[in-house]
Design a protein around this ligand. Structure first.
Ligand code: NAD
Length: 474
């Protein structure tokens, strides 16, 4: 099997150390691909190529950038089957999630093309007579894009698309679990004629080479999506160089279900927003607070629906539950379940495994001393909590260090709006699932879920800078 290479300065090349690593299919841990194991030297080369390219790419026209991005989107659309297959075989996505991710990622790329024409400044009236006063907006320079394993196509399209749209050049450090997906997107950019060095791909292990990238003095912005622990580490490194950054991190997203909720509508949405891609989603609904009059009915229907989720062939549309990505993550999911059960929680569904797949697991009787109550599990495990009132539900929903997505199901508009206002999260959905994302909305969180927002407008603000210019006309 030929090893995938790094894309630096418009050429595919082996890693400086000539080493490779195995990219495993999480379904059975068999080899899916082999990728170059990038080194610190390769990171330096990629940043150098991006910096050199910025000298011309940074002055490219919106028309050209729009054309490159639209062409890339067209090529990705033509290669849909390859990308969907990759999402299935490289990271274990069931076909429904793979199709959903493909559509969303493609939309992100197309929206980025529209962003090219939004890079603009303003003019101001001046207190000094005869003075033209204006702000001009410019790209920052080299943007480091670091992706997670779980939605690599969405994140790669959004991060690289928005950075390139605004005139920045990019070094993409791909998740070590999804190097092939990153290579597919890179090939599409190359085929679309994106200038050499504008996008550079480094594969390898983030814990080995990530610090070299985030601490590089020639990196002007870091956009990171991944775990809260790595995010904190990157924030500390960036603080030393005053490198601005966006952090999209983990979550423990709550859903509050009030007594007047439409149960028939809420349960399928709740199931999808918890178990899509086996709960390996930052915005998965990993905590449900249910008002007592509805608790038994919700518990029964939710646990039964979870138990019915398909666990067959990943290409069968009825399959929802696939494998957990890695041994480390499987151990974490197992530890959270056994910790909860050993401390007195009750399993209403699941808790056991079929190979690398964890059955959809629903817990009740969860206490704050249990890891599953407070920490991100990143697997198909959720907890149901009865609450006496809206106030108690809101207070428990806010009892977390995270703050990413949230939801409430109710017909009471004033309670829904109060929840939206008072929930400590970056996103709130009324009578809808916690899992929602669109290219132009401000996506992000607070606390351990990170800071800054992603989205076309948000990335435009984050990845460009303003300069005040005056012209004195006598
Ligand atoms: P991870 O933190 O293990 O890895 C993410 C990326 O960081 C990988 O590319 C990895 O190689 C790289 N990395 C590791 N150490 C690094 C370092 N020292 N410097 C720079 N990069 C380094 O996360 P993961 O397991 O791939 O993804 C799952 C996590 O991502 C979950 O916590 C999930 O909630 C979060 N996530 C958040 C969002 C969001 O938008 N908020 C979206 C998807 C996933």
């Amino acid at each position: 099997m030929e090893a995938m290479k790094l894309w630096i300065g418009g050429a595919w090349r082996e890693a400086a150390g000539r080493e490779t690593f195995e990219d495993l299919n999480p379904l059975d841990d068999r080899r899916y691909a082999v990728a170059a194991r990038g080194t610190a030297e390769d990171v330096d080369s990629a940043v150098h190529a991006a910096r050199e390219s910025f000298k011309t790419y940074g002055r490219s026209t919106p028309k050209d950038r729009e054309a490159w991005l639209l062409k890339t989107a067209d090529i990705l659309a033509q290669r849909r089957q390859e990308i969907v297959d990759c999402l299935i075989d490289e990271i274990g996505s069931p076909i429904g999630k793979a199709n959903f991710e493909f559509e969303k990622g493609l939309t992100m790329m197309r929206a980025a093309a529209g962003l090219t024409r939004q890079v603009r400044g303003e003019t101001f009236q001046s207190d000094a007579p005869g003075t033209w006063s204006m702000s001009i907006r410019s790209p920052l320079g080299v943007v480091a894009c670091i992706t997670p394993f779980n939605v690599p196509f969405i994140k790669t399209s959004r991060m690289t698309g928005n950075a390139l749209a605004t005139g920045n050049t990019v070094v993409l450090l791909a998740s070590e679990f999804a190097p092939r997906l990153a290579a597919l997107v890179t090939e599409a950019y190359a085929e679309a004629g994106l200038p050499a060095g504008a996008l550079n791909l480094v594969t390898g292990f983030g814990h080995e080479i990530g610090d070299r990238l985030t601490s590089h003095r020639d990196v002007d912005f870091v956009t990171f999506t991944g775990s809260s622990v790595v995010g904190q580490h990157i924030a500390e490194i960036c603080a030393r160089n005053r490198t601005p950054l966006t952090l999209e991190l983990g979550g423990k997203s709550p859903t509050l279900i009030l007594r007047d909720a439409d149960l028939a509508a809420a349960v399928p949405m709740a199931v999808r927003s918890m178990f899509l891609y086996s709960g390996q989603a930052c915005i998965a609904s990993s905590r449900f607070y249910v008002e007592k009059p509805l608790y038994d009915a919700f518990t029964e229907t939710f646990a039964a629906a979870a138990g019915r989720l398909g666990m067959g062939d990943l290409r069968d549309p009825s399959t929802v539950i696939g494998p957990i990505i890695s041994v480390r993550q499987r151990d974490r999911v197992k530890a959270h379940i056994s910790d909860a059960v050993s401390k007195g929680a009750t399993l209403l569904a699941g808790g056991d495994w079929d190979g690398n797949r964890c059955r959809p697991t629903v817990l009740c009787g969860v206490k704050t001393s249990m890891a599953v109550c407070k920490e991100e599990t990143f697997g198909p495990v959720t907890s149901l909590y009865p609450v006496d009132s809206f106030e108690e539900g809101l207070s428990l929903a806010n009892d977390t260090r995270y703050g990413l997505s949230s939801a409430i199901y109710t017909k009471d508009l004033s309670k829904a709006l109060r929840y939206a206002e008072e929930i400590g999260a970056g996103m709130c959905h009324v009578n809808g699932p916690t899992i929602q994302d669109e290219p132009h909305i401000p996506f992000g969180g607070k606390g351990d879920s990170g800071f800054g927002r992603e989205g076309t407008d948000a990335d435009l603000q984050a990845m460009t800078t303003l300069k005040w210019v005056t012209v004195h006309v006598s």
